[in-house]
Ligand binder design. Structure first.
Ligand SMILES: *Cc1c(COP(=O)(O)O)cnc(C)c1O
Length: 361
């Protein structure tokens, strides 16, 4: 078997080795069809079974609450930033946003292009190193929806709980922590995620939405930008990113095998605790960026005393087979992204390396 890197990439990110190997085994000849899943019609029974299975599996992992549909949409989570206000922000209403960091900011910017917006809470004052308290979220009177980013991938924060927004739909960008832990879908009008962090390869965004919210998309919108189009056509109005959806289905099977969302949460907590402990017990050599009560179990951000030292750390880590530990270019520092598929062994190797680096300089 080929050697696998200790992959801490932020996205696209590590996929489960078992999934890659199964995909490899079926790559050239998918279940005796004589072709790859990539080579067959998206209108045929073989592909459609995979497509439907992925949707069913996803809802099943979330406990099958009634009234929700799974859509597959291209253009990544970033296109959702625009589609959300286009579809849900009507005249006389304001799109409400919780400002938690870089991705929330991008989502808000798109909404501003479409209509009126309102910042319902913000942690900008802390440079986004802590999250706003749920009790401090102030909706505007005419809120069309409240948008929240469950996990800020760049800063490394993660909500542990979600606000109760009553009749106002709660819409959540879960790109970097979807299916990393159990959550109650019934509290959300819609959740969405670009696949390339916790679900599969890039090229598809998964949208899980309450059907009643999208039965009537605004008629002036282009067909491909109306949620309604995806609902009516089971996300097969045009050619879907079929290989990506097949991969998502395989990742979902893997999550089931790991004990579902409770099972992966257990793994994720152990991995994150291992690394945060190494940071906190380093006598100040490593410094966590985020306030402990807002820390993410998916993206662990930390710093060293100087940028010089951080550069040295990254360079030395690369020599030892680690990938992706450099922080995002917008904030600097260091970041270990430990999504579902990053094995505990990689995290153990990382803390061993951190210890070694600390003691040998
Ligand atoms: C990566 C990421 C995005 C952007 O996803 P694309 O699929 O590249 O558009 C949006 N939100 C969050 C929280 C992310 O981590």
């Amino acid at each position: 078997m080929s050697k696998r890197a200790f992959n801490f990439n932020a996205g696209p990110a590590a996929l489960p080795l078992e999934v890659l190997e199964r995909a490899q085994a079926e790559f050239v000849d998918y279940r005796n069809t004589g072709m790859s899943i990539m080579e067959m019609s998206h209108r045929g029974a073989v592909y459609e079974a995979v497509h439907n299975e992925a949707q069913e599996r996803l809802l099943s992992l979330l406990g099958n609450p009634s009234g929700y549909k799974v859509l597959f949409i291209q253009g990544g989570a970033s296109t959702q930033f625009a589609m959300i206000p286009m579809n849900f922000l009507g005249q006389g209403h304001a799109a409400n946003y919780v400002m938690t960091g870089s991705w929330a900011d991008k989502a808000l910017k798109e909404a501003k292009l479409i209509g009126e917006t309102h910042v319902a809470a913000s942690s900008e004052e802390s440079k986004y190193m802590s999250l706003p308290k749920l009790a401090d979220i102030q909706l505007s009177d005419n809120a069309a929806y409240l948008h929240l980013t469950s996990n800020e991938t760049i800063e490394g924060t993660q909500f542990k709980d979600f606000p109760d927004t009553g009749a106002v739909p709660l819409i959540c960008d879960m790109s970097s922590d979807i299916l990393s832990r159990p959550f109650d879908l019934r509290r959300f009008g819609m959740v969405y995620a670009g696949a390339q962090k916790n679900l599969g390869p890039s090229g598809v965004a998964v949208v899980i939405v309450r059907e009643d919210l999208i039965t009537d998309s605004p008629k002036h919108l282009p067909t491909m930008l109306r949620y309604n189009t995806y609902l009516k056509n089971n996300s097969l109005y045009n050619t879907p990113p079929s290989f990506g959806i097949y991969m998502i289905n395989e990742v979902l099977k893997w999550i089931e095998e790991k004990g579902g969302l409770a099972g992966v949460q257990d793994m994720n907590r152990k991995k994150a605790a291992l690394i945060y402990d190494a940071i906190d017990n380093s006598g100040g050599f490593y410094r966590g960026c985020v306030n402990p009560d807002s820390r993410s179990d998916m993206n662990i951000t930390f710093r060293l005393e100087t940028e010089e030292l951080e550069k040295e750390f990254v360079k030395a880590s690369e020599k030892e087979g680690f990938v992706g530990l450099k922080g995002h270019r917008s904030v600097g520092g260091l970041r270990a992204s430990v999504y579902n598929a990053v094995p505990y062994e990689s995290c153990k190797a990382l803390v061993d390396f951190m210890e070694h680096f600390k003691n040998n300089r």
